[in-house]
Design a protein around this ligand. Structure first.
Ligand SMILES: [Fe+2]
Ligand SMILES: [Fe+2]
Length: 204
């Protein structure tokens, strides 16, 4: 497990990411071939962009989105070295150490000792597993869509520990607590973020 230093108080570094969106996307394609992983990366990116906007961090949007897009960069090829390899790869690419730190914090308590501190990191930590649970819930529905999805439906699946057992309920709950949010609010906002993504991608 690895531990990285705390964040500075100002957000200067979180605006300069050290990598462009298109370069990050190409890097993702270099290390990920399975549509599931590419989809997850794009979903978490969209969720991060939604929260950057709605929580008043619009000036950091690119940074938040990149954190989401790259957070599982190494998982498909190096599942046993998850986070460690991402750190190596991103350091080679001269990506901002702040961005690397934020990515490490999503695996806090599992693969890293780096605790989520900034709101951006807490959002990543709280929504990573939740997007998986919401995605699995959607697949069970006739519409296969988030657009008619209710918080109560996700809550029902949240309580059914056998359903999508790989999505850690503890992490989701810890994430909501870190943010000081009710679980229902976190779920409702994440559904909204995924609805926005679905509407946007249907236009393309
Ligand atoms: Fe991960
Ligand atoms: Fe993830």
């Amino acid at each position: 497990m690895i531990s990285l230093p705390s964040l500075p108080v100002d957000n200067t570094n979180r605006v300069a990411s050290g990598i462009t969106r298109s370069k990050a996307w190409n890097l993702l394609l270099q290390y990920n071939k399975e549509p599931f992983h590419l989809q997850h990366a794009q979903t978490v990116e969209a969720v991060m962009l939604y929260f950057a906007r709605t929580l008043g961090y619009e000036d950091e949007s690119l940074f938040w989105g990149l954190v989401g897009l790259l957070h599982d960069l190494d998982f498909e090829m190096f599942p046993d070295q998850h986070c460690i390899k991402t750190k190596e790869i991103l350091e080679q690419e001269h990506v901002n150490s702040e961005l690397i730190r934020a990515i490490m914090s999503h695996a806090y308590g599992m693969r890293s000792y780096t605790q989520p501190e900034h709101t951006m990191e807490k959002i990543l930590y709280a929504t990573d597993e939740l997007t998986g649970l919401i995605g699995a819930t959607v697949l069970m529905r006739p519409s296969k869509s988030t657009l008619d999805l209710k918080v109560s439906s996700v809550k029902k699946k949240f309580k059914d520990k056998k359903f999508a057992a790989g999505c850690s309920r503890d992490v989701i709950e810890n994430g909501a607590n870190m943010l000081g949010w009710e679980l229902d609010y976190l779920i409702a906002e994440t559904i909204k973020a995924m609805q926005e993504m679905e509407v946007e991608s249907s236009k393309n």
